[in-house]
Design a protein. Sequence first.
Length: 396
Amino acid sequence: MNYKLNSILYFILIFQLMLPIQNIHCQTIEELEWEIRSYNPKENETNKKAKAIQLLTIDSFNSIAIDYLVKLYYTSGQKDSIKKLFDKLITENPQNIEPYLIKESLYKYLGLSYTERINSLKKAREIDSVNTTVNYQLGKLYYELFNREYLKNGKPANMNYYAKKSIYYLDYLCSIDTNYKPKLKYPLMQLSNFLGNKLAIKKYQNYSIEGLCFPPETFIALPDNWMTDYSINVINKIETETFSNELFKIYLDKFQEQSLYKKLPYKIYRFTYLRTFHNPILISLINANDTITIYWKVTNGQSGYDFGQLFINSSKKLTPKEWDNFEKIIHEENFWNFPSVNNEIIIGEDGSEWIIEGNDMNRYHIVKRWCGYEVENIGKFLINHTDLEIDPKEIY
């Protein structure tokens, strides 16, 4: 009996010891990611490190696990471990460019020089020459070297080399993915101007901006001498503006609206009103051969949180006199000469975004202001001519 009892206890003990191991292997990617990202004062770094390594056995390129391990090694002074981590990823995935792209995104922790970063990306390009991210990053790195060489009064021969290499990758990128044309036309024109290539400048000037809600230079306020001042990093400015374009497109999609930056057979003004704690609103005033119509749309979310779905979509006719009154405000407020953004205005965390667009069949203009400011009268006119009933306290 004692032998049998001891045997039973032995197997129970073994089973209990195995449970933690089984639990680790049974955890999902989402569970492991959550445990790595969450703060637990009772959990030591060794346990988190084990979970990150375990996560990589399930998902080889998991960004959360890699980011955690790299920063852990970096703060611990174990830079060799960072190198070994990426060497392992590259060795185990010889035909995959993902390790190279992750390595580039974390280059600061590896202490990589421009030359090392470029050589690493070139290896990725040998695997996949048409990958857009690889070509973009290579073109951008050479562009940054071009800027840096100019700022330190470097050698013209070096600038010439960097400009040609940057154009090579960025121009090729535009040929394999035309969506990059409106984003890269400006740095390409700047580089071509340095090289004295007038034909190339003309070519890039004709790059269309289809697919964007407004011109990519709208909110970046490029100085007049951007094409001749080679210290201006146009790519960095365009990247910021691309985010605004993509975000605005999300808003317009929710409202089931299209871009106004194109030739139109009617005059239109559109007000996109995004309040942090209230329903997003979009109002359009259209003059089609003196037939005046105002449209208003509302979603059931909050602009600062969940945008929601369209639940009000109404319209009504206005008189030509009301159109004239509106155009009088447009003229008095000097709308067409407003800068698209006012960088002197401090944007708070809570408030509202007032975005007014105009297209009079000959030109397009967009003005974005925090909490109304100069366009407040324009926005309030449009609100007051809809059938929306908004508490004055909710107009901010």
